[in-house]
Design a protein. Structure first.
Length: 297
């Protein structure tokens, strides 16, 4: 329910990656659920930035026009290949550490664009919320946006914990070498690792942070992966996770209710005994995340 007279100076920038959607009904359905739930609870105008190739952008626009009225949104199309090209020198060195498809580096570079979004968005854009397509809102995105106000001085990104023991697994060698470490432990005190389905990007803070930008350098990524014996396949969230192990203060931790992931794959793959320490999420869920194709209730 949008009140046109209220809050109209505030428009929330939302960035959504939507690629290879042609002939992918499953992905199209996810976007439809995401957008209609987003709009049915949003109290402020939204500027939607779709990162994709032309075909997918056309599909996104049709879905959007179908579910939202013109007054409540603005649509911006960003060419995924152009962005990937612009960010090539930053993203390419990450792919060998954080991608499972070493043969198709370029086509998967869209999984890494969030890490350097501050370099491609206009400097007039100070903040943005980046969202997966497989989400469902049950509350107003304005409340999520308001969490930017809780950022501490050095925070550049707001992100929720990963709700499976993925990183307990990935860091297993480091954990064996460092008994008692917080690395890979569950919340509230552990360095659990992150899930990048919902991201609060303080683009201005990202631009200004020398530390954050130094972590995007190929050499820094190399050193971090060596120090933690890290080999991942989850793209941007692997990098955020790894940086967090050393520089906790760069991140604002979002409560799990803002990214309630539903995937339970790791429960049946060796981690049944400790699974619930990661997966449990108390409180009223505001964003469901049907990751690994899990149906949303
Ligand atoms: N995505 C896309 N096209 C694809 C695969 C992924 O646009 O072919 C985008 C989409 O926004 C999706 C996000 O990338 O939500 C991350 O992928 P996904 O949600 O499937 O990963 P998961 O959350 O299951 O790990
Ligand atoms: Mn997802």
């Amino acid at each position: 329910p949008i009140d046109a007279n209220k809050n109209n100076s505030l428009e929330i920038n939302i960035i959504i990656t939507f690629t290879n959607a042609d002939n992918n009904q499953n992905l199209q359905n996810k976007l439809r659920v995401m957008l209609s739930s987003l709009f049915s609870h949003a109290s402020v105008p939204l500027a939607l930035h779709f990162i994709g190739e032309e075909k997918s952008q056309g599909i996104a626009e049709i879905i959007l026009r179908d579910i939202a009225s013109n007054a409540t949104f603005k649509i911006v199309k960003l060419d995924v290949n152009k962005l990937a090209q612009e960010l090539h020198t930053i993203v390419e060195p990450m792919q060998k550490h954080f991608s499972s498809k070493p043969g198709s580096y370029y086509s998967h570079s869209f999984f890494f664009l969030s890490v350097a979004m501050h370099k491609v968005m206009p400097t007039t854009m100070h903040r943005a919320i980046m969202l997966d397509a497989d989400l469902k809102f049950t509350d107003d995105i304005k409340k999520l946006y308001d969490r930017f106000r809780l950022f501490k001085k050095d925070n550049v990104i707001g992100i929720a914990r990963e709700l499976q023991p993925v990183y307990r697994h990935t860091f297993s060698l480091y954990r064996t070498e460092h008994p008692g470490t917080r690395v890979g432990e569950p919340g509230p005190d552990g360095l659990t690792g992150f899930n990048s389905g919902v991201l609060l990007l303080d683009l201005e803070a990202m631009r200004k942070s020398d530390l954050y930008n130094s972590m995007l350098q190929a050499k820094a990524v190399e050193l971090l992966t060596e120090e933690f014996h890290f080999k991942g396949h989850l793209g941007d969230q692997d990098l955020f996770t790894l940086i967090n192990m050393k520089y906790e203060w760069l991140f604002h931790i979002l409560p799990c209710i803002w990214n309630r992931q539903l995937c339970t794959w790791w429960k049946d793959h060796g981690y049944a005994d400790i699974f619930d320490h990661y997966y449990t999420c108390e409180g009223d869920v505001k964003i469901w995340h049907g990751n690994c194709n899990t149906p949303i209730p």
